[in-house]
Design a protein around this ligand. Structure first.
Ligand code: ASP
Length: 345
């Protein structure tokens, strides 16, 4: 008989462990370190569960790259001891956090499942229990003595997604996330069904885990809207020590193609600022050069983000900026799928 899998729950904060402040009536994080004691149902799962908590749990709105590093270090230190990891964070920035963790872990061989909830675990109608219990089941799932999942995922409301493909789309409904450009990796109903074809499978020899903990956050999202002014674009592109820009364009990657705009972007690129073209649309892909309004972007060296999400593009930019790459190399790696975040490459 094979041994029971060991699962580590990493609790960082979020609604799942919040309570109502009796004075302000606002939800705030509380000490949820005794997770297992709070949810007796966890004892029925066929695995050994341990948990570790941030000293001061946070609302995920306060997340930053230093917390990403803390999460990565907890997993790295415990990597050999555990068969899978379930990370609890607030849902508000869960897609950003989990996308970043996906780039920080190279050659991952074990599941890292992010989850949380829309209602606190103590609430009568909570979605927290199902999300947590199924995430643990997924983290435990093995086939031929190997984990079924060996990538960073996000589980919410009966669906398991590749984390770096997700976006939070609803502030109220339990179905808070979607993955428009990549199908769910598993769906849970009466049975837990894995969509094997879409799950990442490590190929070739097993390589040593590499954890990259330095991320560059001197970056900005520049979201276009009709009427955006020259001076606003100028101030954004001239932020002191700016290293990268996610340019959120229209449709298939289209933007203003007037000289005042393109010249400013070109000037930024000449200062070694990397500019990535990501669509504002929830689904579909950037195709630079498809319309006249994106030809100029391509010509001046704006990098096409294809069907990457903004959350994932932010994470990938933070990661690649630390790699000291030339514009050519940077473009090559950005346009290539590194963790399954981009289709067809
Ligand atoms: N504001 C909360 C957070 O992101 C919402 C949640 O947990 O879903 O921490």
């Amino acid at each position: 008989m094979s041994k029971k899998p060991n699962i580590l729950i990493v609790y960082t904060g979020g609604t799942i462990g919040m309570i109502k402040d009796y004075k302000t009536k606002a939800l705030k994080a509380f000490d949820f370190s005794q997770i297992i004691e709070n949810i007796p149902e966890l004892e029925q799962l066929n695995c050994n569960i341990k948990s570790i908590s941030f000293d001061e749990p946070i609302d995920s709105s306060n997340m930053n790259t230093s917390y990403y590093k803390d999460i990565a270090e907890i997993i790295e230190v415990n990597y050999k001891k555990y068969d899978g990891f379930v990370v609890l964070t607030g849902s508000d920035t869960m897609s950003y956090i989990s996308s970043a963790i996906s780039f920080m872990f190279e050659n991952l061989q074990k599941p890292i499942i992010f989850t949380g909830s829309q209602l606190p675990i103590g609430d009568l109608r909570t979605d927290a229990k199902e999300n947590l219990i199924t995430s643990i089941e997924i983290a435990c799932s093995q086939k031929d003595n190997k984990p079924v999942i060996s990538e960073v995922c996000l589980y919410f409301e009966y669906k398991l997604y590749r984390a770096n493909r997700t976006t939070k789309i609803n502030a109220e409904q339990f179905e808070a996330f979607t993955s428009m450009n990549y199908p769910p990796l598993a769906e849970s109903g009466v049975h837990l069904n894995f969509n094997e074809y879409y799950i990442y499978k490590p190929k070739g020899e097993i390589k040593e885990l590499v954890v990259r903990k330095t991320l560059i956050n001197d970056i900005v999202i520049l979201k276009l809207f009709p009427g955006i002014t020259e001076k606003v674009v100028y101030s954004i592109l001239n932020v002191n020590s700016l290293r990268g820009v996610i340019l959120e364009t229209y449709g298939a990657g289209n933007s203003i193609n007037k000289p005042w705009f393109l010249n400013q972007l070109q000037e930024a690129i000449s200062k070694n600022i990397k500019i990535i073209n990501v669509t504002q649309c929830a689904g579909g892909s950037v195709m630079q050069g498809h319309y006249e309004t994106s030809v100029g972007l391509k010509e001046i060296g704006v990098i096409g983000g294809k069907d990457i999400t903004t959350e994932s593009a932010i994470a990938k930019l933070m990661y690649l900026l630390n790699e000291n790459l030339s514009l050519k190399e940077f473009t090559f790696y950005f346009e290539k799928s590194l963790r399954g975040e981009i289709s067809g490459s």
